[in-house]
Structures are given as structure tokens and as C-alpha cells.
Design a binder for this molecule. Structure first.
Ligand code: CO8
Length: 258
């Protein structure tokens, strides 16, 4: 088991949970935190015994953004060189389904991290925002691209240009979150959703996630082709045979995740 300093990891059944843990800075995304998160997430993604990954923070903050104190002294040449910020390591392209469980602040890089996940479940106290404009910068972890895709051009421009925060109710209405639940029920709800997902046949989960990603990245005809090829390929899996046979035999399927 790797020793992490800025995150806590836990596995229960087929569900892995990564908890951001820098309470002194409202889980600001330091380089160490990002590197540890990417390391843990990629290891879980590579593990066939993990069928869903939860990323969460504390009750007060999912993450209040990139670490502003760590960026204070940076100059253009430092940032341009590319070494100032760690890579997200393609975390959003992992095939294992990810759920962001958001309570409190999800600002800047925190909002962007939530948007790298497949599903966002928010507590009713959640606050989303891209406040970078107040710091003289703009979102740098995908916010200007993922937010308009999630909530449309006009809502996104309102958020990015004013830097204002959006509460959970507005976020749900706008399509930024999948569900809102009372804060006290957040973790239980997310664990139940993750366990339900993780119980599904893994090859189909991977294929579904890959096709959903294609919907964001490509034209309709290309996306439909990705879907078609994946749909056909699933007929080569044991879980497809088992899933359909179980239905016909009116019994519960016993998936092997292969
Ligand atoms: N970075 C570093 N420290 C932080 C951050 C942060 N983003 N957010 C909060 N903290 C620290 C505070 O400095 C404070 O520390 P201390 O007690 O030592 O002074 C502690 O956390 C608690 O925060 P507050 O006292 O401010 O708590 P409040 O409840 O008064 O306010 C807020 C909470 C509203 C969340 C407030 O802390 C805030 O506005 N935080 C900054 C939010 C922000 O601007 N985020 C965007 C950061 S920029 C970004 O994310 C860009 C990402 C892209 C990078 C591009 C790379 C290529």
C-alpha cells in the first residue's frame, strides 16, 4: 500500500474511494495532491477488482481550487515550461467509472476536477465556481471547455466571466450535477451508487464509458461508430452470455467481470 500525504484511499468491495485530505487549505490542489490523486486513481483503474472510483473531499470543501499560495511566485517562463503543474495523467480518460461526491466548495480546479468525473453527486451545501478571473487568470484544468459542454454557453460564460459561485440547486437545474442530496446523506448515497455501478459487468462498463466519452469528443457519426463497434465486441464477453442467459432463465446474473 502506497503511503500518501494529501489523500486517503480506501477499498470496500469493488468500490475505491479517494478522499482529498488537506483540511488546512480546503483541499487546495497542491502538486503533491494532484500527483498522489493521479497515482492512486490510475492504480485503481488498472485493477479489475475495482468497478467504480469515488473522489471526495470534506464536508466543508471538495476542493477550493489550485493552490494559490504555490502559484504566487510563478512567472510566465515557469508556467510556459510546463513543469510548474503536474499532469492529470489522463485521469478523465480512465475506463473505470468515477463519481465526484461534492460537499462544500468546488471552486476553480476543484470544480474542474469534479467535471473530470463521470457523475457528480452534490450535497445541498455544495458551491461550484470558476473564480480564477478574480486572480487575474482563467480556468486551466479544462473549465472553459467542460463547463460550456455541461451547462451551455450562456451559463458557462456567466460563471467564468463573473467568477460567481453557483449553489447545488442551480447546479442541478443547469445540468452540472447528476443529483443533489441532503449533506448528511451524501456519502451513503454515493457509496450506494458506486456499489451499484461496480456490480455491473466490467467490460460493458468500460465500453459504455468509452462511448460516452466519444459523445463529448467527436461528431455524431464517429460516435455512433464507436458505439456500434463496442456493442458488437461485447458479444465476445462471458458477461454478455451470462447476463442474457440469466434473464432468459429468470435468475440473478453472476457476472465474472470478463
Ligand atoms: N489555495 C491555497 N489555499 C487556499 C485556497 C486555495 N485555492 N483556498 C483556501 N485556502 C486556504 C486559505 O488561505 C485559508 O488558509 P489560512 O487559514 O492559512 O489562511 C484556509 O484555506 C481556509 O480558507 P478561508 O479562511 O479563506 O475560508 P473561508 O471560509 O473564509 O473562504 C473560500 C472559503 C471562499 C473557498 C476562500 O478560501 C476562497 O476564495 N478560496 C480560493 C478559491 C479560488 O480562487 N480558487 C481558484 C484557484 S485558481 C485555480 O484553481 C486554477 C486552476 C488551474 C491551474 C492551471 C494549471 C495549468
Amino acid at each position: 500500500q502506497t503511503q500518501y500525504t494529501a489523500i486517503i484511499t480506501e477499498v470496500e468491495g469493488r468500490v475505491a474511494t479517494i478522499t482529498l485530505n488537506r483540511p488546512e487549505a480546503l483541499n487546495a490542489l497542491s502538486n503533491t495532491l494532484i500527483a498522489e490523486l493521479v497515482d492512486a486513481a490510475s492504480k485503481f483503474d488498472a485493477d479489475p477488482n475495482v468497478g467504480a472510483i469515488i473522489i471526495t473531499g470534506s464536508e466543508r470543501a471538495f476542493a477550493a481550487g489550485a493552490d494559490i499560495k504555490g502559484m504566487l511566485e510563478l512567472e510566465y517562463s515557469d508556467v510556459l515550461a510546463g513543469g510548474a503543474f503536474p499532469s492529470w495523467g489522463g485521469i478523465e480518460q480512465m475506463l473505470t467509472p468515477t463519481i465526484a461526491a461534492v460537499s462544500g466548495f468546488a471552486l476553480g480546479g476543484g470544480c474542474e476536477l469534479a467535471m473530470m468525473c463521470d457523475i457528480i453527486i452534490a450535497a445541498d451545501n455544495a458551491k461550484f465556481g470558476q473564480p480564477e478571473i478574480n486572480l487575474g487568470v482563467i480556468p486551466g484544468f479544462g473549465g472553459t471547455q467542460r463547463l460550456p459542454r455541461a451547462i451551455g454557453k450562456y451559463k458557462a460564460a456567466d460563471m467564468v466571466l463573473t467568477g460567481r459561485m453557483m449553489g447545488a440547486e442551480e447546479a442541478e437545474r443547469s445540468g452540472l450535477v447528476s443529483r443533489v442530496v441532503p449533506a448528511a446523506e451524501l456519502i451513503d448515497t454515493v457509496k450506494q451508487a458506486a456499489a451499484l455501478i461496480a456490480s455491473k459487468p466490467l467490460p460493458a462498463l468500460y465500453a459504455a464509458k468509452n462511448a460516452l466519452q466519444a459523445a463529448e469528443e467527436s461528431s455524431l457519426s464517429e460516435g455512433l461508430r464507436v458505439e456500434q463497434i463496442a456493442f458488437q465486441a461485447l458479444f465476445a464477453t462471458e458477461d454478455q452470455t451470462e447476463g442474457m442467459r440469466a434473464f432468459a432463465e429468470k435468475r440473478e446474473a453472476n457476472f465474472k467481470h470478463r
